[in-house]
Design a protein around this ligand. Structure first.
Ligand code: X8Z
Ligand code: ZN
Length: 618
């Protein structure tokens, strides 16, 4: 059930339990079903049309149940989400089995694609197991959404994740940071057993469908064999790794200056609580500690938003205006009526930002506890990327109402946010016309800030699913969850746990996407794709300068090109969608590397100087 496909939640996700659905590209499972007469093409087409309408209807019910459960966490809404989740799982499993009968028929491309999609799902034939699976999934969502850390002195009461994240972002007291980090990570062990049981059920469902395990099902979604997908991920990681290494080395020098050698070691991994983010997945909040010494620019978008009392609706409207400047439509009225934009005071909600399409038509919404920060300003652009994708493909038939692959869905809003240059901010009145852009190192400062969000993220995004693939394959057993989680964190990110591993801990479960079982490789892909899209759209706009200064704001020609790709939805294999916008057919790290090339040169020089200065001190 509810696998918020790209946290575009509800929609198809629900029944295609893995978001596996747009795996047009995947191999279909084996084992043909028993059949009486030889099936015909006409019969297959009828089956696909009927099944599509049936699933579409169930999806709407499921989406509503999930929406309510995420907006109002109670035992009752959890039970409703479970009820509809089980029904969807039953229907999608049944459809997948029935679909097998038509494998091998020579169908028109669209129908062949739909037949494949239908078989990229879990299938649990035992109703009890289906219910248990759906119940655990709903309960895990709820448990994560409700989790709070109650400090022992309890002066401030119990703190929800949003408060803890604020401390991680703004405090520079290592003891406070560590306590906060540990406080949040002490919550997830309470649902470790539930997660473990859930993984077993999920694997059972994947195996019933003929996949080796759920991880194999996830990796089967990319128009290539699952092993080829793992190899592609590794290829891309190797492309960007030198840039990450340079950033990590620079961060170490600066963090040592800020916190001292007792807190930040000269070699080996750096403690995870010092990066300004609960998962060390984005380092943009520690930009003030890392900014170039000679950079006079000190523009702070968060401060501007706070000083002006910019509210959640206004923040969202800024994002909407970006999309309309590209020639896209305004958001439907129901978006504003039905979205959740601020954290309610009197009830529990899942605050992790998500975008939803309910009916596959106009009923689109976001759910987000917006705070007035630069980080959240970008997240709203990200969420509206999902929403505009949903709106663009709403003329496609139900099974094609999805991204070209899940990385595409995650990349659209980020692509738009890459156009938030100082010139753009000045144009929309969020930056003084006179400020920034003049200081000696202003451009390097801006690039560094971007890299702290985008480059720091890469090994995190890569390793989350590396961990999960091993969990699903059984290579990592529950007793070793934390051990392997931290091995990967150390190996890829160069960060370490701020304290020894806790007995029966569940640090991975302190991340939303693990608790909610949302695949994560999509974000890694999105970080490659958004730079490819940005480069292509800037070209379309006739821009020829350095990519980090390009903004497509107001450029309808670039907007039209993007919209053309969005409209395709999942109707064609993703390389065709990529080609439509960029002329390229491969997801690749070179656009990202190009974008940050001036920063890489600067980081290498800084690292040489800083290393020499440290050596001289000894
Ligand atoms: O989960 C999200 C979005 C919703 S799809 C807010 N993101 C990932 C995360 O927060 O871990 C966006 C970037 C990575
Ligand atoms: Zn997203």
């Amino acid at each position: 059930m509810s696998k918020p496909l790209y946290l575009k939640a509800a929609s198809i996700a629900v029944m295609f339990a893995m978001g596996a659905f747009q795996a047009a590209h995947a191999q279909t499972a084996t084992a043909p079903a028993k059949s009486k007469a030889k099936p015909t093409v006409a019969e297959a087409e009828r089956f696909l049309n009927d099944t599509e309408s049936k699933l579409e209807k169930l999806n709407l019910d499921g989406a509503r149940a999930q929406w309510v459960a995420a907006n109002f966490i109670t035992d009752d809404t959890e039970a409703l989400a479970t009820y509809f989740g089980e029904r969807q799982l039953a229907a999608s499993g049944e459809a997948a089995l029935a679909a097998r009968r038509y494998n091998g028929l020579k169908l028109k491309d669209d129908y062949a694609r739909k037949l494949k999609f239908l078989q990229l799902t879990l299938m649990l034939s035992d109703p009890k197991e289906r219910e248990a699976y759906a119940a655990k999934q709903a309960a895990l969502q709820g448990a994560y959404g409700k989790a709070k850390y109650c400090p022992t002195d309890n002066k401030e009461g119990c703190l929800p994740l949003g408060e803890l994240e604020k401390t991680l972002a703004t405090s520079r007291d290592p003891a406070k940071l560590k306590e906060t980090w540990l406080g949040w990570h002490a919550q997830s062990p309470s649902y470790k057993q539930m997660y473990t049981d859930y993984v077993a059920l999920s694997n059972k469902g994947a195996r019933e469908m003929g996949f080796a395990d759920t991880g194999a099902l996830w990796r089967s979604q990319y128009d290539m064999p699952p092993e080829a997908f793992s190899a592609e991920m590794e290829r891309m990681w190797q492309q960007v790794k030198p840039l990450y290494d340079a950033l990590h080395t620079y961060a170490r020098h600066k963090l040592r200056q800020a916190y001292g050698p007792d807190v930040v070691p000269a070699t080996g991994p750096i403690p995870a609580h010092l990066f300004g983010n609960m998962w060390s997945q984005s380092w943009e909040n520690i930009y003030p500690l890392l900014k170039p010494a000679t950079n006079a620019g000190s523009y702070d978008l968060t401060k501007v938003l706070v000083d002006r009392n910019t509210d959640a609706k206004q923040m969202t409207q800024y994002a909407e205006r970006f999309y309309t400047s590209l020639g896209m439509r305004k958001l439907p009225d129901t978006f504003w009526e039905r979205s959740l934009l601020t954290k309610p005071r009197d009830r529990e909600v899942v605050c992790h930002a998500s975008a939803w399409t309910m009916d596959g038509k106009e009923d689109v919404r976001i759910k987000m506890c917006i705070r007035p920060t630069e980080e959240e300003f970008k997240v709203i652009h990200h969420e509206l990327g999902h929403i505009y994708y949903d709106l663009a493909y709403n003329k496609q038939s139900f099974l094609f109402q999805n991204g070209a692959n899940d990385g595409f869905h995650e990349a659209i809003g980020d692509t738009v946010a890459l156009s938030m240059t100082p010139d753009y901010l000045k144009k929309i009145g969020l930056m003084e016309a006179a400020s920034a852009g003049k200081a000696e190192n202003a451009e390097i400062g801006e690039l560094l800030q971007r890299a702290l969000a985008k480059v720091a993220f890469l090994p995190f995004a890569y390793s989350v699913d590396k961990w999960r693939w091993d969990v699903y394959s059984g290579k990592t057993q529950p007793a070793d969850y934390d051990k392997t989680w931290w091995q990967l964190r150390e190996q890829y990110m160069g960060v370490s746990r701020p304290a020894p591993i806790a007995a029966n801990g569940f640090d991975a479960g302190a991340k939303y996407h693990v608790a909610a079982d949302v695949p994560y490789a999509r974000y890694f892909l999105a970080h490659m794709l958004q730079f490819q899209f940005h480069r292509a759209l800037c070209r379309e706009a006739g821009y020829t300068g350095p990519l980090h200064n390009c903004s497509i704001y107001g450029n309808e020609k670039a907007g039209a090109k993007l919209w053309k790709m969005l409209e395709m939805g999942a109707s064609k294999p993703w390389p065709e969608a990529l080609k439509a916008v960029s002329g390229e057919e491969r997801i690749d790290g070179s656009a990202l590397v190009d974008y940050f090339a001036p920063l890489k040169t600067w980081l290498d020089a800084q690292n040489r100087q800083l290393a020499a200065a440290e050596a001289a001190k000894k």
